[in-house]
Design a protein around this ligand. Structure first.
Ligand SMILES: NC(=O)c1ccc[n+]([C@@H]2O[C@H](COP(=O)([O-])OP(=O)(O)OC[C@H]3O[C@@H](n4cnc5c(N)ncnc54)[C@H](O)[C@@H]3O)[C@@H](O)[C@H]2O)c1
Length: 267
């Protein structure tokens, strides 16, 4: 199978996109560590079961840590390495959308929190996993979760847009720094992926936050968002998982430092 012999680590695995990717990687033969905050342990246990149902032969383990806390990341990674080996297929997926408010009203503390989770968290996990690969001299692949919000300037999302643009810069530099060690680093930028928490939350909060760009009820805003997408539908978590699996696999062996837009043609 496509990911036989590989060891995957997925952060934010209790969430929609993380779960879909973890299940896909297990189904394709990878050993998988599903990771999220300690508060998401029950949801993670269900993801472990889903991975095992997809492939009863797969080794699946769970790890809990806060991506912004380097010590908890390194301690959890050491346990993962003991259980299933050094991850060589890392999906740096944990993220937080932040509040919805006009730039001039946006809360500074929440702005910092969004950067901490979405940028520092990606950096901390990437750094720990890359160092673990360097220690054993093995190649690997890392995919960072960016977003079309990095490129499209979505209203009322200044912290999130800034954080995802930072992920694109981080990805390019990490790709250059790690290329000599055969560790590839790429990014994915989904647009509107649903149904699910982040899609529903975005539609609800755009509807509740005044702007000239969107209406003020769920159905109107959902339709306005879909109208921005040439394929005229939102994407599915499985459609993101397919691209992530491709970038983590040897099929993408000559790709590093790229960002794949998963956006139904939206820009
Ligand atoms: N769903 C979309 O439409 C969409 C679009 C573009 C980008 N993205 C990005 O894809 C990723 C996953 O999105 P999703 O829709 O699955 O979101 P989600 O909210 O369902 O899942 C995010 C997960 O990250 C975890 N998390 C948050 N803070 C954390 C921390 N400090 N430490 C560890 N884990 C933490 C949460 O507990 C949650 O399980 C995010 O980075 C998001 O920004 C999603």
């Amino acid at each position: 199978m496509m990911m036989d012999g590989r060891v995957a680590l997925v952060t934010g695995a209790a969430g929609d996109l993380g779960e879909a990717a973890a299940v896909r990687l297990a189904a394709d033969g990878a050993s998988v560590a599903v990771c999220d905050l300690p508060a998401r342990t029950d949801a993670l246990a269900a993801v472990v079961e889903a991975c095992r149902s997809a492939n009863p032969a797969a080794s699946v383990t769970m790890a809990t840590f806060d991506v912004t806390d380097p010590r908890s990341v390194e301690e959890a990674l050491a346990l993962v390495i003991d259980q299933i080996g050094v991850p060589d297929a890392v999906y740096n997926n944990a993220g937080y959308q932040g509040l919805f408010a006009n730039t001039v009203d946006y809360d500074v503390e929440d702005f910092r929190r969004v950067q901490d989770i979405n940028v520092t968290g990606v950096f901390v996990v990437l750094r720990a996993c890359a160092n673990a690969l360097l220690a054993i001299g093995r190649p690997g692949a890392i995919v960072n979760a960016a977003s079309m919000a990095a490129l499209g300037g979505p209203p009322n999302m200044v912290a999130y847009a800034a954080s995802k643009a930072a992920v694109l810069g981080l990805t390019k530099t990490a790709a250059a720094d790690l290329a000599p060690n055969r560790i590839r680093v790429n990014a994915v930028s989904p647009a509107f992926i649903g149904p699910g928490m982040m899609w529903d939350r975005q539609v609800e909060l755009q509807a509740a936050t005044p702007s000239q760009y969107y209406g003020d009820d769920f159905e109107t805003v959902a339709a306005q968002m879909i109208d921005q997408v040439p394929l005229r539908r939102y994407g599915t978590a499985n459609e993101v998982a397919s691209v992530v699996r491709f970038l983590l696999s040897d099929d993408a062996s000559y790709l590093t430092g790229v960002n794949i837009e998963i956006a139904g043609g939206a820009s």
